[in-house]
Design a binder for this molecule. Structure first.
Ligand SMILES: [Zn+2]
Length: 290
């Protein structure tokens, strides 16, 4: 499952379609866009301009506006802009194909663009979600309304983080995975952030000292920032059906994740793994003693 940095890379790659209009949509898997019907979905997006691509948590937001080609009366009806909110879940991927490129298997949504190209959403396991909503509904949308503040925004400040820690009765590792409390860390980056901050993953969140809370807060932002900006980690190619795979490109970046038994990059002690809350946790028993 892609983590937030990977989703951010997809968002950046998708910006290639900003400024294009959608000539027509084709939905081959109705459950992808449920509860909307395929005909309603297609009618609403037809002729819309793709205004921007952004992200909220791991939802990719394709921002639409009424097209200039549409008569003004119709355009007025669409004054309220629309958003296609997409969650990739396990295997969802976007492709940007030429008109004569072969459509790969599991292509569930196809957007025909005004430059003769197609934006395709394929999803082998079919857990992906595509919701068409008005932009004013975004903050109340299930799955989005519950999310904690964005990790790079002003709201995710140290005071916020400390108050979340204080109120929690869980371990740090479990808390960091809760997207309603701390947004952006999956199993990989939670382990990496705790390692950077030299803090034990099994420690009770509410017992973290103020100084160490500040260190962890900083590490969370840094680890996500580095994963997004490190050029060696970016491997999203929208033109190839299997041109990118989540996670693999990031391995070099990981310091503890999936490194059980390997020497710690800081002290040489063997990295340990333990199953905690149903997920594998990796840590250095020496650097992250407490
Ligand atoms: Zn170590």
């Amino acid at each position: 499952m892609p983590e937030l940095p990977e989703v951010e890379h997809v968002v950046r790659a998708l910006r290639v379609v900003v400024g294009r209009s959608i000539i027509a949509g084709e939905i081959r898997l109705p459950k992808l866009i449920a509860p909307l019907s395929v005909s309603t979905f297609n009618r609403k997006i037809k002729s819309c301009l793709i205004r921007g691509i952004s992200r909220r948590g791991k939802f990719i937001l394709i921002e639409l506006a009424g097209s200039a080609d549409v008569p003004s009366a119709q355009r007025a009806k669409r004054a309220q802009s629309l958003i296609i909110a997409v969650h990739l879940r396990m295997t969802g991927k976007f492709l940007y194909l030429n008109a004569d490129d072969e459509l790969p298997k599991h292509s569930h949504a196809i957007f025909y663009l005004d430059n003769d190209r197609r934006l395709v959403f394929r999803d082998q396991r079919q857990f992906g979600v595509m919701k068409l909503i008005s932009s004013s509904e975004l903050s109340q949308t299930k799955g989005i309304s519950e999310l904690a503040p964005e990790p790079f925004g002003d709201e995710f400040n140290l005071d916020y983080f400390k108050s979340v820690l204080k109120r929690s009765r869980r371990s740090l590792k479990t808390l960091l995975l809760d997207q309603t409390k701390v947004l952006g860390l999956g199993n990989i980056y939670a382990a990496e952030a705790l390692f950077r901050a030299r803090i034990n993953p099994f420690k009770n969140a509410s017992e973290l000292s103020s100084q160490r809370a500040a260190r962890l807060h900083q590490s969370i932002i840094e680890v996500l920032h580095d994963a997004i900006t490190d050029s060696s980690t970016s491997r999203v190619d929208l033109e190839q059906a299997d041109g990118f795979s989540y996670g693999e490109a990031f391995e070099r970046f990981w310091q503890v994740y999936e490194r059980e038994g390997e020497p710690c990059v800081k002290c040489g002690a063997k990295i340990r793994r333990e199953t905690h809350g149903g997920r594998s946790t990796y840590w250095c028993p020496k650097c992250q003693r407490r």
